[in-house]
Design a protein around this ligand. Sequence first.
Ligand code: AMP
Length: 435
Amino acid sequence: MRSSCKGSPLEAIQVIRGMRDLLPEQTAWWRRMERELLGVLERFGYQELRTPLLEPTALFKRSIGEATDIVEKEMYTFQDRDGGWVTLRPEGTASAVRAYLENSTWKKEPVSRWYYLGPMFRHERPQKGRYRMFSQVGAELLGAGEPAADVELVDLAVECVRAVGLSDVTLELNSLGCPACRPAYRERLVSYLGAQRAGLCELCQRRMEVNPLRVLDCKVEGCQRVAEEAPRILDFLGPECLAHLEAVRAGLEALGHAYRLNHRMVRGLDYYTRTTFELVSGGLGSQSAVVGGGRYDGLVAQLGGPEIPAVGFAAGLDRILLRLMELRERPAGPPVLFVASHGEAGSRAALPLVQRLRRAGHKVVTDVRAGSLKAQLKRADKEGARLVLVLGEDELRAGEVSVKDMAAPEGAPDKQVRCALGDLERVVGEKLGGV
Ligand code: AMP
C-alpha cells in the first residue's frame, strides 16, 4: 500500500520533537518503576495530590522566577480561547503550593505530606535523558522548617531510587542561605564574576547580571573553571543557616547517607532557600541528575499565603528508567494462559471459559481470528504462554479440556493432561503453583 502514497502531498504526521510514545515494551518498565516508587512514598506517609496540567502562566512566573531558564525560554505558554495566558506545567511544586493555598490546607493540618506523579513540559534542546515532555514523581513536605524535615525528604529520595534498583547514585548537598545571608554573597560573587568576565560563555555574561548564581552550574568548561574558584556560599551563611546545615548533615550521617558538599549546585529555580540537594547517577553523561530538590521557605508567602516553610524534591522518571533498563532484567508479567479451540462448537465453548478464568484472576489470551488450531498454537508460543488450554471436538464430547504445560520438558508425563471442565481452575492453580 505504501508505494501508492509516493508523491502524495499527505505527509506522515509524527510525534512532536522532544516527546515520545511509550510502547508496551516500555510501559511494562514504567509501571514497575511507578509501583515501586509509590510504595515507598506511601510507606513514608505521603498522600497523592493531582493538579491540572494547565495553570495560569502567572503562577510559574511568580514562583520559579522571571529570570530563570524555565520561565525565560522553556515554557509552553499560549493564550486560552478566552484570552487568558496559560502554561503547561514545567514542574510540580508551584501547582502543589497553589493547591495548598487554594484549599486552605494549612488551616486544617499543621504539616502536609504530598506527592504527585505525571508529565511536565519544557521546551529544552532534546538529547538523551532530556525531553520536552518528561515525567516526574515529586514529594513536598509543607509546614515544617526544622532540619528533620530536610533529612526526611533526602532520605525519602534516596529510598525511592534504591527501591527501583538504582545503586550507583551519589548525594550532593548545598545550602543557598536565606534572604538575610544571600545578598552579601551575591554581591561578592558578582564582583568576582565581573573580574572573570572574559572567561565566561556569552550566556553566563548575561546571567551574571540577572541570575549570577546560575553561572556556578554552567556546563561550559571555561565557566566551570571560573566557578570552581568562585567565592563559596557556604562561607557566607549566617549562624542560623549554618546551624540548619549542620543539623541536616548530622541527620544524614545518622541515617548512613554519604554525601558530597557541592557549593556549585544552585538548582535552576529561584524559590530555593537553605538546603538544596541532588541525586546523581553515574552513567547518564551530562544529564546525570535523577533527583533534585531543596527547601523553599519563602514560596508559600510569595504566592500570597502565610509564612509557611516547606521542602520538596522531584525525581526525573525518564532518566531513572534509562539507567534501570541498563541495569535490571526486563520485568516479567504474570503467567499467560492461552485458550485455543477447534471448530465452531469449540470456539463457542471457549468464550465462557476465557471469561471464567479471567474472573478467577488469570491473565488469559486467545486468538480472536478464526484460524486453524496450528495457527493458534503458534500464536500461543508468540505470547509466551505458560499453559495452553485446548478445546477441540474430542475434548468437548468428553466435557474436558487439554492442558499443555509449556514449561514442562518434552515427553514428561505431565506435559499434557486432560481434565474435566469443572476441575480446570484446580488443575491450572496446581500447575502455576510451581511457577
Ligand atoms: P528540576 O525540576 O529541574 O529540579 O528537575 C528535577 C529532575 O527532573 C531532574 O533531576 C531530572 O531528573 C528531571 N528532569 C528535569 N528536566 C528534564 C527534562 N527536560 N527531561 C527529562 N528529565 C528532566
